[in-house]
Design a protein around this ligand. Sequence first.
Ligand code: F6P
Length: 341
Amino acid sequence: MQRIGILTGGGDCPGLNPVIRAVVKRAQLDNWQVLGFRNGWRGMIDDDYIMLDAQSVSGILPKGGTILGTSRTNPCKKASDLEKVRSTFNKHNLKALIAVGGEDTLGAAYKLFQEGLKVVGVPKTIDNDLNATDYTFGYDTALNIAMECIDRLHTTAESHNRVMVAEIMGRHAGWIALEAGIAGGADIILIPEIPIDLDQVCDLIKKRHARGKTFSIIAVAEGAHLKDQGLVANDKLDQFGHMRLGGIGQFIGTLIEQRTGYETRVTVLGHIQRGGSPSAFDRVLGTRFGVKAVELVKAEKFGHMVSLQGRNIVDVSLAEAIGQLKTVPPDLYEMAQLFFG
Ligand code: F6P
């Protein structure tokens, strides 16, 4: 009997379980066994896996997170780990490994593919910053959560005459902040792609309040930064060298209160955006991605990733997907600016 492996790496997000379920169901059609490696690449390094069958994926469709666990382990950091991944792959005589993840997990998948491993990728991240796919699953759920938070902040901001800053996830790209800000009617949106001009922000708030508005909502992505200043983060780095971000909301909130005189409060949405049940869109996208990933294995399209283009699920090379990040285009931000202030 043929065997394939699957792992989920990087930050978790809603929609991972629908992918796992779809991979198992589609593999069953060909009578393939599925090994689920636990905790991202760590499972391949340690040969830590569970057998996945119809029973083990039953009921997981609406559940957030991942039944396999995840980690930010980088299998390419040490040559010995890379060898362990290869040895696990060979030991189980895997036909292929399906790696579900974002830029880091898929970057590692691509390196392993170049080293001769048969790998297929599935794009995941709430940040929606992976290239060569219109959307990653997880994004839609996070976007709707962030929008609902902005809605909720509106009513309390209005009651108290306050400026409310909502710090929203988005490391390199401001997709969630931008689209939740547009959908929720934020008065100012700040994203990593455009350095923050605090004079302009305070000016907009003052003008808005001079017009009679008594509150303002600011959506800021955690990766946004002031002109001439670095990211607001603590000094912890993950295995891929990324800083742990957080704090830009409080940082600008304090300055806004000082400069405008308006009482300002800060809400950090944090991991609330990654938790809980996937939206219908993410369940369907995850399901379609999972089925297509097994079909890519069958077609021996290794080194490729499933992708959503328009309404179609297609495949693209991993090299194209990880070559650059998909950031917010300037014209979309300009459109959003029409509604500022
Ligand atoms: O990459 C997705 C993401 O949620 C980013 O938006 C955020 O910066 C990061 O993961 C947080 O990672 P962790 O859960 O490891 O703190």
